[in-house]
Ligand binder design. Structure first.
Ligand code: IVH
Length: 690
C-alpha cells in the first residue's frame, strides 16, 4: 500500500462522507430523500470498505448513526438496547459473502452448518413493546435507535398486540416487531380520506406510520393496524436457544408471526426461499420489501454482535426497485443551503409501483453527462421504498431528433452569482453566499429543522413566506419576531391573516427553544460538512459555547495550537476544519452570532452516560493468538464496551491482552509498565457484573 493509495482512499472517503451526510439530512430531517435505499447502502458500504481497508484513516463515527430524531409531541423513550437497522444484500454472491463472514468471525469450518432463520421483511414501522409482570406497559418507535417516541396509548388500540401475557412469560420482556397496515385496509382508508377531502397516503407503510403518530389515540383506533413480532429486546432471562424458538415462544404468547418463514441450512436454501417469496409476494395481504436472514443460534448471535449500525448476525435481502418509462420534460435547478446546485428532472407524470411520480433527482452535473440525459428523452425511472425517484438510464433508441442536451448553468438561478465547481468536488456551488435568497431560505430551514432549533410550527412553507415578506431574513429575526410583531402596524394577524392563537403558539414555540443544547446549536449554524454527529463531537470536545468560540477565534491562525486541537477531534479532518474556521472568520457570521447569543441560553454539553464496563474509555492492545475467541471478535467486543482497540503499545495503552506466543508487543508492555492480562483475565474483566 503506497502513500498515494492512502491519499486516494482518503479523498474518496471524504467525498463519501459528504454525500452520506447530505443524504442523511434529506432523509431524516427533510423527509425528501433523493436516492434509493440501495444507492444509499452502496455509499455506506463503500465507506465501510475503505474504513476497514485503511484503518489508518480512522473510523467516522457518524457511520453508526441510524434512523431519525424523535418527532415532537410524543414523550421520549430511551431504548435500553439500541434498536438498530439491518445491512442489505441484493446479489446472490453477497448472500454467500454474508455466510462466509459469519463463518470466519466464529472461526467455523466448512463442515459446520450455520442454520438461518429466514423471514419476511415487513414494510411497516418498527416498534418495541415492553411488558412488566406480563402487562403491556410501554410501546415505543425506533426513533434514532437510542431514543424513540412513546406511542403506548396508540398501540393499546391495536388488536394484534397482546395487552397481557400468559403466566409462563417472564416478568420482564421486550418484544420488537413491525406495525403495518394491510393493503385492502390501506385502500379503504385512502378512499375514506379522499371522500372527506383529506390527504391520501402514498403507500401502506406511510398509512401505518401516519396512523401511529397521531397525537389522538382515538384516530389511531379508527385505523386498522396490525403487528408482527420478530425479535426480543431486553430480556433478563433466557427464553430460547434459537431464533426459531423465539418465534414459537412469541406465537404461544399470542403474538402474530409473519408467514411463511423457513429454517435454512445453506445459501441455496436461502435463495430458494427468497425466490419463492418474491414469486408469491403479490398474494400476501400486506407489503414486504424483502426477506430477513438471521443466524438461528442465539449464542452465535451474541458472539457475532453488531457492526456500526446493524447486527452481524442478520441481513435483509431486498427486492429490486420498481421501474417505469416516461419522458423527461425539463431539467430545473434547486439551490441548497450551502449553495449546491442540484439538477431535478421534471417528468411526464407516471405511475411507478402505485405512486405517481413527476420529478426525479439527477444528483449533479456529472450524472447528467454520465447518463447522457437530454430533454425530450425517454428515461427509465426507478423508485424504491419512499425515496425520491431517480433516473436509471436513457432509452437511446427512442431519443427524438429534437432532444436537447442540458447545459449546466454557470450562474445561480436564484441570485445570478457565479456558480463554481472546485477541484475534487462533485457539486457546483453558487458563490452568492449572503446575497443569495435561495441559500438564505435553505439556511433558515436548516436552522429551525429537527436536529437544530426544532421550532414547532415553523416549517418550510412558513420560512419561505416570512423570508419573501422580509419578516425573517436571518436567524436573529426569528427571536425578535414577537417583539416586532407587537410593535408592528401590520402584525401577522393583518399581514398573513393569522389568528391570534396561531401567532401566540408560534411565539411560544420559538421562546421554548431559546434554551438549546450546545451540539444542536452548532448543528443549526449550518456550517458546511458539519452534520449532527460532528456537531456532537465538537460539543463534547469544547464543552461550552464560550470555550468553543474562543478556540475558533484562536484557530484563525492555522499554524497555532488551537487549530491543531480542532484537528484532533474525531471526524474533523483538514477540510472539515477549514470549513469550520472559515465560518468563524467571516464578519457577517460573527455579527449574527453576536446578536443571536444574548437571545439564547446554550446549555453546556452533557456526555452520554458511560457504560459500566471496566474497559470503557480504555485503550487495549491484543497480541498473540486467542483461543477462546477470534481476534475480530475480541476487538469488536472490546469496542462494543467502549474501549479503544489499538495496534501498537505505547505509554497510553491501558491493557495488553496477551494470547499464546505473544512477542514484541508483550515485551513492549513490560518495558513500559503497561498492565498485561491473559485471555482469561480479560474475559473476566469484561464479564457483566451484577
Ligand atoms: S430484525 C437488530 N426482522 O426492517 C435487527 N426486522 O431494515 C432487528 N423489519 O428496523 C430487525 N421485518 O423495522 C427484523 N422480520 C424482520 C423484519 C424487520 C421488517 C424492519 C425493522 C428494521 C428494518 C431494518
Amino acid at each position: 500500500m503506497t502513500r498515494s493509495d492512502i491519499e486516494t482512499a482518503k479523498r474518496r472517503r471524504d467525498v463519501l462522507i459528504k454525500e452520506i451526510q447530505y443524504h442523511d439530512d434529506l432523509y431524516h430531517q427533510k423527509d425528501t430523500p433523493e436516492i434509493s435505499d440501495a444507492e444509499y447502502d452502496a455509499l455506506r458500504r463503500e465507506l465501510e470498505k475503505i474504513e476497514s481497508q485503511f484503518p489508518q484513516l480512522g473510523l467516522d463515527l457518524f457511520a453508526h448513526k441510524v434512523g431519525a430524531v424523535p418527532a415532537k409531541g410524543f414523550k421520549k423513550v430511551h431504548h435500553r438496547l439500541p434498536m438498530l437497522s439491518l445491512s442489505n444484500v441484493f446479489e446472490d454472491q453477497e448472500l454467500y459473502d454474508f455466510l462466509e463472514r459469519i463463518r470466519r468471525f466464529l472461526n467455523l469450518t466448512d463442515q459446520d452448518i450455520i442454520d438461518i432463520c429466514a423471514e419476511l421483511k415487513i414494510d411497516g414501522l418498527s416498534c418495541a413493546l415492553r411488558y412488566e409482570n406480563r402487562k403491556l406497559i410501554q410501546a415505543a418507535t425506533r426513533g434514532d435507535g437510542t431514543e424513540g417516541e412513546d406511542i403506548t396509548a396508540n398501540v393499546m388500540t391495536i388488536s394484534d398486540v397482546p395487552k397481557t401475557l400468559p403466566p409462563d412469560a417472564p416478568d420482564i420482556l421486550e418484544v420488537r416487531g413491525e406495525i403495518y397496515m394491510r393493503r385492502d385496509d390501506f385502500q379503504a382508508l385512502n378512499d375514506r380520506q379522499q371522500a372527506e377531502g383529506k390527504p391520501v397516503f402514498a403507500n401502506p407503510r406511510n398509512g401505518a406510520a401516519g396512523s401511529v403518530r397521531q397525537l389522538d389515540p382515538a384516530i389511531t383506533a379508527s385505523r386498522p393496524l396490525h403487528f408482527f413480532g420478530y425479535a426480543l429486546g431486553e430480556i433478563p432471562q433466557k427464553i430460547a436457544d434459537t431464533q426459531w424458538g423465539i418465534r414459537q415462544k412469541l406465537f404461544s404468547w399470542g403474538f402474530a408471526e409473519a408467514e411463511p418463514a423457513k429454517l435454512c441450512r445453506n445459501g441455496e436454501e436461502m435463495l430458494a426461499y427468497f425466490l419463492n417469496v418474491s414469486k408469491d409476494r403479490i398474494a400476501l395481504p400486506f407489503d414486504i420489501d424483502g426477506v430477513v436472514y438471521k443466524v438461528n443460534r442465539l449464542d452465535w448471535q451474541d458472539r457475532l454482535g453488531f457492526v456500526s449500525r446493524a447486527p452481524r448476525w442478520a441481513t435483509a435481502h431486498k427486492f429490486p426497485a420498481e421501474k417505469a418509462i416516461t419522458i423527461l420534460k425539463d431539467i430545473t435547478i434547486q439551490v441548497g443551503r450551502t449553495g449546491t446546485l442540484t439538477p431535478v428532472a421534471e417528468l411526464e407524470p407516471i405511475n411507478v409501483g402505485g405512486v405517481i411520480v413527476s420529478r426525479a433527482t439527477l444528483h449533479n452535473e456529472d450524472e447528467i453527462i454520465r447518463k447522457d440525459v437530454r430533454i425530450g428523452d425517454h428515461v427509465v425511472i426507478q423508485r424504491a421504498g419512499d425515496v425520491i425517484p431517480q433516473i436509471v438510464e436513457v432509452i437511446l433508441e427512442r431519443r427524438p431528433a429534437n432532444a436537447v442536451p442540458f447545459i449546466f448553468p454557470k450562474t445561480c438561478p436564484a441570485c445570478g452569482s457565479h456558480a463554481v465547481r472546485e477541484e475534487g468536488e462533485v457539486a457546483r456551488r453558487c458563490t452568492g453566499g449572503l446575497i443569495c435568497p435561495a441559500q438564505a431560505v435553505e439556511r433558515l430551514k436548516h436552522f429551525v429543522s429537527r436536529g437544530g432549533f426544532d421550532i414547532e410550527g415553523m416549517g418550510a412553507k412558513i420560512i419561505e413566506t416570512f423570508y419573501a415578506d422580509g419578516l425573517v431574513r436571518n436567524p436573529v429575526d426569528i427571536f425578535t419576531l414577537e417583539r416586532r410583531d407587537q410593535q408592528s402596524l401590520t402584525p401577522l394577524r393583518v399581514r398573513e391573516g393569522w389568528g391570534d392563537l396561531s401567532a401566540k403558539n408560534l411565539f411560544a414555540a420559538i421562546n421554548a427553544r431559546r434554551k438549546i443544547p450546545l451540539h444542536r446549536f452548532i448543528y443549526a449554524l449550518g456550517i458546511r460538512q458539519i452534520g449532527e454527529a460532528t456537531a456532537k463531537k465538537m460539543a463534547g470536545h469544547y464543552g461550552t459555547w464560550e470555550k468553543l468560540k474562543s478556540a475558533m477565534t484562536e484557530s484563525q491562525d492555522r499554524q497555532g495550537e488551537s487549530f491543531q486541537d480542532l484537528l484532533s477531534i474525531e471526524d474533523v479532518g483538514p477540510s472539515v476544519a477549514q470549513d469550520i474556521v472559515h465560518f468563524f472568520g467571516e464578519d457577517h457570521n460573527l455579527e449574527i452570532l453576536s446578536q443571536l447569543i444574548p437571545a439564547l441560553d446554550i446549555e453546556p454539553y452533557q456526555a452520554p452516560k458511560q457504560g459500566e464496563s471496566a474497559v470503557a474509555g480504555k485503550t487495549v492492545v491484543f497480541t498473540g493468538t486467542m483461543t477462546r475467541m477470534t481476534r475480530a471478535e475480541a476487538k469488536s467486543t472490546a469496542e462494543a464496551l467502549g474501549a479503544k482497540v489499538s495496534g501498537s503499545v505505547s505509554s497510553k495503552t491501558h491493557f495488553v491482552v496477551a494470547g499464546e506466543d505473544a512477542g514484541s508487543k508483550l515485551k513492549a508492555a513490560y518495558d513500559l509498565g503497561v498492565t498485561v492480562l491473559s485471555e482469561d483475565e480479560w474475559i473476566n474483566l469484561i464479564k457483566p457484573k451484577n
